[in-house]
Design a binder for this molecule. Structure first.
Ligand SMILES: Nc1ncnc2c1ncn2[C@@H]1O[C@H](COP(=O)(O)OP(=O)(O)OP(=O)(O)O)[C@@H](O)[C@H]1O
Ligand SMILES: [Mg+2]
Length: 332
């Protein structure tokens, strides 16, 4: 598969200053050496608890700020060091849908202008009627009635507003959409509708999706591969089926233990996480997960485990030889 997006050893450290003019007293290690790629037409999910750096990865790719270190490539070309003018034509190709469409859609603009704006910004229409046709086609694509064009965002439900946000992301002809918690605030049934819409659009348009979510249950229905993040790092990365059936990292196993299942009485090797996520200002030594890991041993406190191959197209950053499920089963 052709790689569309490649991220190499991305870091983003936010300085913390003492007072307005004070010097830097500490740094938030929000993203601390993250590498992954997304192929054309593929969905890759970034999952992990709140504060692990998922949105920061998305924002650095979108160049909402410059990364501290690392590289971002599109179609094999480096983009993280481009000037704003050089970046402009590429912005069209990478779009974003945020969690809260209410705050990301201008409340004073009609839907036709919200969706039409990126088409105008990138000079993609030849006339007023062409613009109107393009907006109408986009409304069809996201399954909103065309006559909704003249209404304002507040006249729509949360799910419909998210459809408007998706139409707006599609408008400039994006080939990668970063969905940052795009369905997290929606009711369960609406969530499923938007997830289905995204996967239909992916089939129809060959879109690549970087799907950011703290909820593993939702990514199971649409993702091809999953990267699990913990405190600014990817701790496990593999395809969906392997992740959901043979997770290797204890943190992934713990996240999976929290996913609701149809039969809660069925036997499962559950790992319940205790304690809070440590501060990214001063991450733990060795393995960052060692303070919460039920399988911790001495080496974990000292030596940071690198991502290593634990199966076909499966990497995990853990010193354990065997997956947690096997360890638990053996001990029982
Ligand atoms: N502009 C900023 N300045 C300082 N710290 C920041 C900034 N943006 C994010 N952070 C910190 O970086 C860390 C990662 O934040 P990020 O928003 O990327 O996490 P997340 O995984 O998206 O979390 P959530 O699931 O809550 O959206 C957090 O500790 C956050 O407080
Ligand atoms: Mg976030």
């Amino acid at each position: 598969m052709t790689k569309l997006l490649e991220v190499f050893d991305l870091k983003k450290h936010f300085p913390i200053r003492a007072g307005l003019l004070g010097g830097v007293t500490a740094k938030v290690h929000a993203v601390d050496g993250v590498s992954f790629d997304v192929a054309k037409g593929e969905t890759v999910s970034l999952v992990g608890e709140s504060g692990c750096g998922k949105s920061t990865v998305g924002r650095a790719i979108l160049r909402l700020f410059a990364p501290t270190a690392g590289q971002v490539h599109i179609d094999g070309n480096r983009i993280d060091d481009l000037s704003p003018a050089e970046l402009r034509p590429l912005r069209r190709r990478i779009q974003v849908v945020f969690q809260d469409p209410f705050s990301s859609l201008n409340p004073r603009m009609r839907v036709r202008d919200i969706i039409g704006e990126p088409i105008l910004n990138f000079s993609l229409s030849s006339s007023g009627s062409d613009l109107e046709d393009q907006v109408a086609t986009l409304m069809d694509k996201v399954r909103l009635p065309r006559d909704a064009m003249n209404r304002f965002p507040h006249e729509f439900s949360g799910g419909q507003r998210q459809r408007i946000g998706i139409a707006r992301a599609l408008a400039p002809g994006a080939d990668l959409i970063i969905c940052d918690e795009a369905v997290s605030a929606l009711d369960v049934s609406v969530k499923a509708q938007i997830v289905n819409l995204l996967s239909d659009l992916q089939d129809e348009l060959g879109l690549a999706l970087l799907f950011i979510s703290h909820d593993l249950a939702i990514v199971e229905h649409l993702t091809h591969r999953v990267a699990v993040m913990y405190l600014g790092k990817i701790v496990e990365f593999t395809d969906r089926r392997t992740l959901f059936s043979m997770a290797h990292h204890p943190y992934t196993a713990a996240l999976l233990s929290a996913v609701p299942v149809p039969d809660p009485d069925a036997p499962r090797n559950r790992i319940i996480l205790t304690g809070d996520v440590p501060s990214p200002i001063d991450p733990p030594s060795g393995c960052r997960f060692h303070t919460r890991c039920p399988f911790v041993f001495d080496r974990c406190r000292i030596e940071e485990p690198p991502l290593r191959i634990v199966g076909p197209a499966h990497v995990s950053a853990c010193h354990l030889e065997h997956a947690p499920g096997e360890v638990i089963a053996h001990a029982a």
